[in-house]
Design a binder for this molecule. Structure first.
Ligand code: HEM
Ligand SMILES: *[C@@H]1O[C@H](CO)[C@@H](O)[C@H](O)[C@H]1NC(C)=O
Length: 371
């Protein structure tokens, strides 16, 4: 296995050849410095979106949707289609050609964030492709213990509408998803690494009924905004990897919808694809490994998102503006079992190593607080 320091050395080596570093750091407005003068504009974008898109630096709906948008824009890249002049990876086409790309139901729920982001890209005269990557990296750094996603700027604003069928769906089999991401240049284990993203995820369109819930105490039916994939959707922790391994016993809405699996407890939502991938013979051990070592989890995620963000682009033609991305604050808890659960509820699926022994938060099974 490559050590973290070694991997960073590789990245450093690549980025050094990408942009000849100026001997002196550039000073931008407000006295902030960056390695490259061309990056100064991103400090202005940063201030604007933290205040006006992310409600003052929150890890909320907009931050989560911005991370999802990175994936849906970038993964629309396939060598065979590029040869035919179609698709373009992280080119911002999902924002430039919303009329076409929003016809694909896989993009349901992304219209709001695209419309919310577009005016900022236009105002600061940056390309849609760059903006989507930047907003995703900043948004996720707003989450407790968030990753440090590198940001390279300079993608052309020209893009072609992506044809449908390139973004994996929750109803897809593991084999289908692996084939698709493999076509885009990813190894099978990288499916697990990219799904670290679901530690801050939630849904509202896969099963719109699942967000209606009886409130405890009053017994009144209330419609919440979203149903989270783990109990800590604001924390960039490993709980998603723990909680997806709990036995599914509960139907969050009125019957299971397409792409939905049984959930372990009230308020939590499980995607069928996540249920399958977490128990897949080839991937279950990698899934479990994400629980064992947080540093490893963050590093694998950061590398995989960087690779996504460069799909369709030559890194050496872009400028490294990573030093504009804020460093996440906040801490996260060590992996735990939700209240009322025990190790017997875990469906351990890695045959070569035992599931890590976790203890449960004290108290009875509780419903998740809404997000
Ligand atoms: C590879 C297979 C994947 C599938 C099948 C998948 C599917 C989904 C689905 C169905 C939702 C719920 C949307 C809704 O109904 O409102 C969702 C949410 C989300 N996904 Fe994925 N996803 C995948 C990979 C990824 C990747 C690679 C990323 C980012 C790098 C990502 C980031 C997110 C985020 C952040 C959310 C939460 C959005 C919110 O809370 O508003 N997903 N995903
Ligand atoms: C990017 O393209 C869109 C049209 O898709 C256009 O409205 C916008 O002004 C362009 N932005 C830049 C910076 O050229």
């Amino acid at each position: 296995m490559l050590s973290k320091a070694f991997l960073y050395l590789i990245i450093l080596a690549v980025s050094v050849t990408a942009a000849i570093p100026p001997t002196k750091r550039a000073t931008c407005s407000g006295g902030r410095t960056t390695a490259n003068k061309a990056c100064c504009v991103w400090f202005d974008v940063l201030d604007d979106i933290q205040e006006n898109l992310f409600s003052g630096g929150d890890c909320g709906d907009e931050a989560r949707e911005s991370l999802r948008l990175i994936f849906h824009d970038a993964i629309a890249w396939s060598p065979a289609l590029i040869a035919l002049g179609q698709g373009g990876g992280a080119d911002g086409s999902i924002m430039a050609h919303t009329d076409v790309e929003m016809q694909d139901p896989v993009n349901n729920g992304l219209d709001e964030i695209i419309e919310a982001q577009r005016p900022f890209a236009l105002k600061h005269k940056v390309s849609f492709g760059d903006f989507i990557q930047f907003a995703g990296a900043v948004g996720v750094a707003n989450c407790n213990g968030g990753p440090q996603i590198q940001f390279f700027a300079g993608r052309s604003n020209e893009s072609r509408p992506a044809p449908p069928g390139l973004v994996p769906q929750p109803t897809d089999s593991v084999a289908e998803i692996l084939l698709r991401i493999g076509d885009a240049g990813f190894l099978p284990v990288q499916l697990v690494w990219m799904l670290v993203s679901h530690t801050i995820a939630s849904q509202k369109t896969t099963d719109p009924c699942s967000i209606r819930r009886m409130t405890e105490g009053t017994g009144k039916m209330v419609v919440f905004k979203r149903a989270p994939f783990d109990s800590t959707p604001k924390d960039f922790d490993a709980q998603f990897f723990v909680e997806t391994m709990l036995k599914g016993t509960f139907t969050p809405g009125q019957g299971l919808h397409s792409g939905e699996a049984l959930s372990p407890y009230p308020g939590e939502f499980r995607l069928q694809s996540d249920a399958r991938i977490s128990r897949d013979g080839l991937l279950a051990c990698e899934w479990q490994d994400m629980i064992m070592d947080r540093g490893n989890m963050l590093q694998k995620f950061e590398l995989t998102v960087l690779q996504l963000s460069l799909l369709g682009f030559d890194q050496s033609m872009l400028t490294d503006c990573s030093d504009v991305i804020p460093i996440a604050t906040g801490t996260v808890a060590d992996p735990f079992l939700p209240a009322g659960m025990s190790m017997d509820d875990i469906e351990a699926s890695c045959i070569i190593s035992p599931f890590p022994s976790l203890s449960a938060v004290p108290g009875p099974v509780t419903s998740l607080s809404p997000v």
